[in-house]
Design a protein around this ligand. Structure first.
Ligand code: UTP
Length: 416
């Protein structure tokens, strides 16, 4: 142990993070071990680069942005049936798996517990997890097969998620047979001086590494191997908080196969040119998503000869990947974006600090940053009222909140 401690001290000194061992002697044996394990697993070089990047992120870049081609699901004409048939065959032969990303903190919603356990306020009082499981079972019945369901949690919400599923008997699924859980990666949080924070438990304060962590964690947790064993070839990946998400869509699968692409995503047209959503585009010739904060008013309002917005296809986190594409992305590092957050920590004197404004950086990868690794992908425009009812904010915000999601869900399912 002493040797390890000496080695750690040397590494920490090099990276100016010696404070991490300040409280070490006061920890019990279990926590001591855990702290050393955390230190051994941190890529300090990366953290130092990420800290330096926090000072650069707002710089203008010179990327060349162009509109991206898309297909409208409801204007496919005779191709619709054709794509649908290809997709149906793929689904029936057991080649599709569904992944739900449920590792987020759900800060904006403010629900006490994993977002998937949130009761939307329907008469049935079903949670988001149960609504997704209902939708999946419905599809399974249609195709007379089981579609393996993979759920990504975070270290922070994994126990509560598992308890919830156990309590609900996995909604009829069988753990490790047709429902699988895996925990996403994490990165340390740092203060404005680049110092890694220690939490109340005396351990390094880490936070989930964003939905872009999906690829690496699918591979590291060997879920991609599991998929292979099950004969899966296509993986549909979406968030836990869209209660109308259509996880099994033969037209999307058929589109990807027919167009010979390894990624296909759904889009919905922006509600208005200035809606605060990311839209698909080509960036330096590669598929990408441009954030609303990056796009000029002129670009946001530009239309084509049919009066359609040139940058109007919103990314709604509904993504289909070929399994090989997921594996490749699991080995390809994505950029990290920083978010400035309010978080409690233990200062160098061992005192708890409870800030009343943001004080620390959290680092997240974005799922869509992977798109530029592909030469081409398919975008399929679907209908907002059929496939998009997100639960992001609390009801007082008035948009993308439980009330709006509930209304959309009830309307689509003809409830009431
Ligand atoms: P959001 O980016 O909307 O984040 O995630 P969130 O955690 O739900 O909410 P806020 O921003 O804290 O209010 C979109 C989807 O990606 C998942 C979320 O669970 C949600 O389904 N996600 C996000 C992860 O699985 N892991 C992450 O690290 C981040």
């Amino acid at each position: 142990m002493d040797n390890i401690l000496d080695e750690d001290r040397a590494i920490l000194k090099k990276y100016n993070q010696e404070h991490l061992l300040n409280g070490y002697e006061k920890l019990d044996e279990k926590h001591k071990k855990e702290l050393l394990n955390q230190i051994a697993n941190i890529d300090f070089e990366l953290i130092s680069t990420l800290y330096n990047n926090t000072k650069k992120e707002n710089l203008q870049n010179n990327d060349e942005i162009q509109p991206m081609e898309y297909l409208d699901k409801y204007k496919l004409n005779e191709k619709y049936k054709y794509y649908e048939e290809i997709g149906k065959k793929t689904i029936k032969s057991g080649k599709l798996a569904v992944v739900t990303m449920a590792g987020g903190q759900g800060t904006r919603l403010g629900h006490d517990g994993p977002k998937g356990t949130f009761d939307l306020g329907l008469n049935s009082h079903k949670s988001l997890f149960e609504l997704l499981s209902d939708a999946l079972k419905e599809e399974e019945k249609k195709y007379n097969i089981t579609i393996p369901w993979f759920i990504m949690t975070s270290r922070e919400n994994n126990n509560k998620t598992m308890e919830f599923f156990e309590k609900n008997r996995y909604f009829g699924y069988k753990k490790d047979v047709n429902i699988f859980f895996f925990i996403q990666g994490e990165l340390p949080m740092i203060d404005t001086e680049g110092k890694i924070l220690i939490g109340e438990d005396g351990l390094i304060k880490q936070a989930a590494d964003g939905h872009g962590g999906i690829y690496e964690s699918l591979v590291k947790s060997e879920m991609t191997d599991k998929m292979k064993q099950l004969g899966v070839e296509w993986v549909f990946i979406a968030g836990v908080d869209n209660c109308l998400v259509k996880m099994v869509d033969p037209v999307l699968i058929g589109t990807a196969i027919d167009r010979n692409v390894t990624v296909a995503c759904k889009s919905i047209v922006k509600a208005n040119p200035h809606e605060k959503v990311g839209v698909f585009c080509k960036r330096n010739g590669k598929p990408s998503v441009i954030e609303y904060s990056e796009i000029s008013n002129e670009m946001a309002e530009a239309v084509d000869e049919n009066g359609e917005l040139l940058y109007g296809e919103s990314h709604i986190l509904c993504n289909l990947f070929n399994l090989e594409a997921v594996e490749r992305m699991g080995r390809t590092p994505l950029p990290y974006h920083s978010a400035f957050k309010k978080t409690k920590y233990i200062d160098k004197n061992g005192d708890l600090v409870v800030p009343d404004s943001p004080n620390a950086y959290k680092f997240e990868a974005f799922l869509f940053d992977a798109f530029s690794e592909f030469d081409d992908m398919a975008i399929l425009r679907v209908k907002r009222e059929e496939e998009f009812a997100p639960v992001k904010n609390s009801d007082d915000v008035g948009v993308d909140c439980p009330k709006t999601a509930r209304e959309l869900y009830e309307k689509f399912h003809h409830i009431k």
